[in-house]
Write a protein that binds this ligand. Structure first.
Ligand SMILES: [Zn+2]
Length: 345
């Protein structure tokens, strides 16, 4: 019997106020369906916390003051296009500060020992947001701001695992030269934003601290879980993270309107179990999952349900799955990273 984790959820109705327009996939409904799932399937099982906004100082540790002024100005208008694919309603500025603050709160309470694993149910998402611009539905870089805040508080080794369908180009850019924040991403290379090739591995003092795993169309649960099981334990063993932050997008689900991969909720459950086994049940590092993509609300809710069941100790359906393709991709990553000697000799 795997021991259940002490789980916290950062949940706040105010995240529903960020409006994106009529035809945008990043809708408030994504979260309301997840909230219903929590109430129906896990009533009162978790410690629930509301969110609190990040401070201007925390946000400006990552974003430029000019950009932050531009975001604040959106509060005076009904709708603003911050980028071709990223809109802001009058409530979006506050909601964005709330999303970054929710992740900071979750991380702070994890490190204080309030719980071992936490889920920050935030929107807008964050991992594409750049220091000076919005993109990819992201306004502020929620986990980037959180990681910088943790480093400011003295942490030396923050591991970010990004399993969203898309490469977190904002996160990679911010931490590309930093050994204090290790960025580990799997994604489909030939989707937006077309960054994150195998060879992109960090620079300067951060060389070897960025891992990019490029998945071909059709990659399924067994492929992705095999890839993670072959690589992530080594990274955790060598890097010894003090906390694991997960950029948890679920748009690699086969039913997602943006997906060209073939994962199912069971695959995400297995990834959730792996990070729990390596972190809270393994080296002791707590884990924070922050919501990124995932645009089919019912499947998004089912993916999160599977992660929570794994955290509660249910064995996942992929206990003994394996994949030759996943093993080959793992070897490809090792071949790139052997030269840096950070986690692979
Ligand atoms: Zn995505």
């Amino acid at each position: 019997m795997v021991p259940p984790l002490n789980i916290g959820i950062i949940r706040d109705e105010r995240f529903l106020r960020h409006q994106t327009g009529l035809s945008h996939p990043e809708t408030p409904q994504r979260l309301s369906v997840v909230h219903r799932m929590l109430d129906y399937d896990f009533a009162a099982s978790f410690r629930e916390r509301s969110a609190e906004p990040a401070t201007l100082e925390q946000v400006e540790a990552l974003h430029t003051p000019d950009y932050v002024r531009m975001v604040i100005a959106t509060a005076r208008r009904r709708f603003t296009n911050l980028a071709a694919d990223t809109t802001a309603s009058s409530e979006s500025c506050f909601t964005s500060f709330l999303a970054a603050g929710a992740c900071i709160r979750g991380a702070r309470e994890l490190l204080a020992g309030d719980y071992q694993a936490a889920l920050a149910l935030v929107r807008p998402p964050g991992h594409h947001a750049q220091p000076a611009k919005a993109e990819g539905f992201c306004i502020l870089n929620n986990l980037g701001i959180t990681a910088l805040e943790l480093v400011r508080r003295g942490l030396k080794r923050v591991l970010i695992v990004d399993w969203d369908l898309h490469h977190g180009n904002g996160l990679q850019k911010v931490f590309y030269e930093s050994p204090e924040v290790f960025y580990f991403s799997s994604h489909h290379l030939h989707s937006y934003p077309h960054t994150g090739d195998w060879e992109e591995a960090g620079a300067g003092a951060g060389e070897g601290y960025t891992v990019n795993l490029c998945l071909p169309p059709g990659a399924d649960d067994n492929d992705v879980v095999e890839l993670y099981r072959q690589l992530l334990p080594t990274v955790v063993e060598r890097y010894r993270p003090q906390i694991i932050l997960v950029a948890a997008g679920f748009d690699a689900h086969r039913e997602d309107p943006l997906s060209n991969l073939s994962m199912s909720a069971a695959g995400f459950g297995a990834l959730g179990q792996l990070v729990a086994d390596l972190g809270p049940r393994g080296c002791g590092a707590p884990v924070l999952l922050a919501l990124e993509g995932g645009y089919e609300p019912t499947d998004l809710a089912e993916c999160l349900r599977q992660v929570l069941l794994a955290w509660q100790g249910d064995p996942t359906m992929l206990e003994r799955a394996s994949s030759d393709r996943g093993a080959q991709w793992a070897e490809q990553a090792r071949a790139v990273h052997r030269r840096y000697g950070v986690w692979m000799d």
